[in-house]
Write a protein that binds this ligand. Structure first.
Ligand code: HEC
Ligand code: HEC
Length: 528
């Protein structure tokens, strides 16, 4: 926000300057040896160019699909720095981001692919793509100090400062990225940008630890609307301890285990004897059901593909009473779509994500959620094709949309090929939207009236289950949205056995789609 832009210019021209001439005309040899840059170019052309473009303009062949798009290196704007807002990054900052990647974006980690020397070389080359580094003094690194003790009081104090500094205007009161300003936010290149969902710290670009969060608040994320709060410290609006407490508060908004563990089996627990199933998605009975986290990724297999999903994970809970099964799915979404407040976002999105599979329509659709099972549950645990099945192995689908709030059950024979079951739907649903989060409860009898038209949910067995989510304010209509791999839902018998589950789990694991693998690979940097 308060970038020191003096002496800089928007760098389209800068990228083209690269060439032998540049190498010959004087980078200080101690900081950027010509050899480094040349070796770095080889690394760059092989691994980085596809996204960041030949001359570093962020316009590689893959760029048009992505949001956020690959960085334009010519303007030397870097988000993850240890230097003050508006300053160039330290070499160590760029080296860190290359090693660790940027979680929550398409920027991969490179420490498992490139040697330490290759990473340093490519950083030298990336710097050479911008004139701003030419002859520049190494920037001063901010002294960050150490975190004070945490605990409930510190977190409560941090919550108050979170309000005082008006973080909620962008991030929302619960931090789900749904503040009032959220749909109006854009980066320095006019791309739409979301205020980070602070309850999913595994997606923070610069790391999710208290120290990382504190640093981002001190330095801001240059090129984005996320400001630096160092000025508030200097002006004594807040103390350094209070700012650390904000970092501790923000950390407390995400689960302790981060990223959440992904288990292959969702357990549907039996309700206590004589107790009723939850009457709706906000029934307090749900607090007794164990939530399972399911990662979601953009639907990038069938056309039109979608690389910028807004739902990157959902929570699933389930209970049964011996007669009926209830499934509650919960996910974060900045808007109850369609929402006129998000027209501005959609307009910017339409201009930014111009993929090869057809233009986006600027009109917002409803939010959507689908739950999918095999039409017939067999002992072989043979699962249909995960994208809505096919004619040989169809799926049984629950489809819900937000506006009008309606659901239907039917048979799917491929993405977008859906036939509603004849007669009244046996599945009922109830949905609620509160402060940037959807909860939808689906309920159906374990044994359907017509057992040839839809599967029986047998107690004591595991049934394959998969999910699809679409955010109508994010251009996600038709096949555009987020998908999961296949999981299993296991209806616990009142005295829970563990042995039965294992064979099926083994089958599911070996037949895994690789989606989870991709997702986990993206999370590696959080864990290591
Ligand atoms: C699959 C696409 C992709 C590839 C390949 C890729 N990047 Fe990136 N990179 C991105 C995206 C997207 C961003 C911007 C993320 C954002 O703005 O939040 C980015 C951002 C960056 C940044 C900016 C960091 C900051 O602090 O702002 C650097 C540096 C970077 N990439 C270096 C590299 C290097 C070096 C390589 C090759 C070794 C590489 N990238 C390969 C997609 C990619
Ligand atoms: C003007 C809007 C705005 C305000 C005010 C704001 N933020 Fe942000 N913040 C953003 C945006 C936009 C991003 C996402 C940047 C990105 O994705 O590259 C972000 C990202 C973040 C991140 C993630 C950093 C990372 O590594 O990706 C954290 C943590 C954060 N903000 C915390 C805060 C806190 C705490 C406050 C108040 C002290 C605050 N923000 C105030 C807009 C804002």
């Amino acid at each position: 926000m308060n970038r020191a832009t003096a002496g800089r210019y928007g760098g389209k021209a800068a990228g083209v300057i690269f060439g032998a001439a540049l190498l010959l005309t004087g980078f200080p040899a101690d900081r950027l040896s010509a050899q480094d840059v040349q070796r770095g170019k080889v690394v760059y052309d092989k691994w980085c160019m596809g996204c960041h473009g030949e001359t570093g303009l962020g316009d590689g062949p893959a760029a048009k699909f992505m949001l956020p798009p690959p960085r334009d290196f010519t303007g030397a704007k870097y988000q993850i720095r240890t230097t003050a807002s508006g300053e160039l990054p330290a070499d160590a900052d760029i080296e860190r981001v290359v090693a660790e990647g940027m979680p929550g974006t398409a920027m991969p980690e490179w420490k498992s692919k490139l040697s330490g020397a290759e990473q340093k070389d490519v950083v030298a080359y990336v710097k050479s793509l911008s004139t701003f580094f030419e002859g520049a003094q190494p920037p001063a690194v901010v002294a960050f100090g150490k975190a004070p003790g945490g605990g409930a009081d510190a977190i409560a104090d941090g919550g108050k400062t979170f309000e005082k500094l008006e973080c909620f205007k962008c991030h929302g009161m619960s931090g789900r990225g749904n503040g009032k300003s959220s749909p109006t936010l854009k980066d320095d290149w006019d791309f739409p940008i979301r205020a980070a969902n602070l309850s999913q710290n595994w997606n923070f670009n610069g790391g999710g630890a208290v120290e990382d969060i504190y640093r981002r608040m001190r330095t801001g994320l240059d090129g984005t609307p996320m400001p630096s709060f160092s000025d508030a410290l200097d002006a004594k609006v807040i103390t350094d301890e209070q700012l650390w407490h904000v970092a501790q508060y923000v950390r407390s908004l995400s689960p302790e285990e981060s990223p959440p563990a992904v288990r292959e089996v969702i357990r549907a627990a039996p309700v206590a004897q004589g107790a009723a199933l939850p009457a709706g998605p906000d029934d307090s009975t749900w607090s007794r059901a164990e939530p399972s986290f399911i990662p979601m990724v953009g639907q990038i297999i069938a056309k039109p593909r979608w690389f910028a999903p807004s739902v990157t994970g959902i929570w699933v809970q389930s209970m049964h009473d011996g007669n009926k099964l209830a499934v509650r799915v919960s996910w974060d979404d900045g808007s109850k779509s369609p929402d006129p407040a998000w027209d501005e976002w959609m307009a910017r999105l339409v201009k930014s994500v111009t993929d090869a599979d057809g233009a986006l329509t600027p009109a917002q659709g409803p939010d959507r959620f689908w739950v999918q099972f095999p039409k017939r549950v067999t002992d072989e645990a043979e699962r249909p094709y995960f994208l809505g099945g096919n004619t040989r192995r169809p799926v049984y689908l629950w489809r819900w949309a937000s506006t009008p709030d309606a659901s239907e059950e039917g048979t799917g024979t491929g993405l977008g090929r859906f036939a509603a079951l004849s007669g009244a739907s046996e599945m009922t649903h109830a949905a609620s939207f509160t402060d940037g989060r959807w909860h939808v409860q689906f309920t159906r009898a374990l044994v359907p009236a017509d057992t040839t038209a839809s599967p029986t949910f047998g107690v004591g067995r595991a049934i394959p289950i998969a999910f699809f989510a679409g955010d109508g304010s994010n251009g996600e209509t038709g096949a555009r949205g987020a998908v999961s791999a296949w999981y299993a839902i296991y209806l616990d018998v009142p005295t829970p056995p563990t042995v039965y589950v294992m064979p099926l789990v083994a089958v599911l694991l070996t037949a895994g789609l690789g989606l989870v693998v991709v997702w986990r690979a993206q999370q590696q940097n959080r864990k290591s």
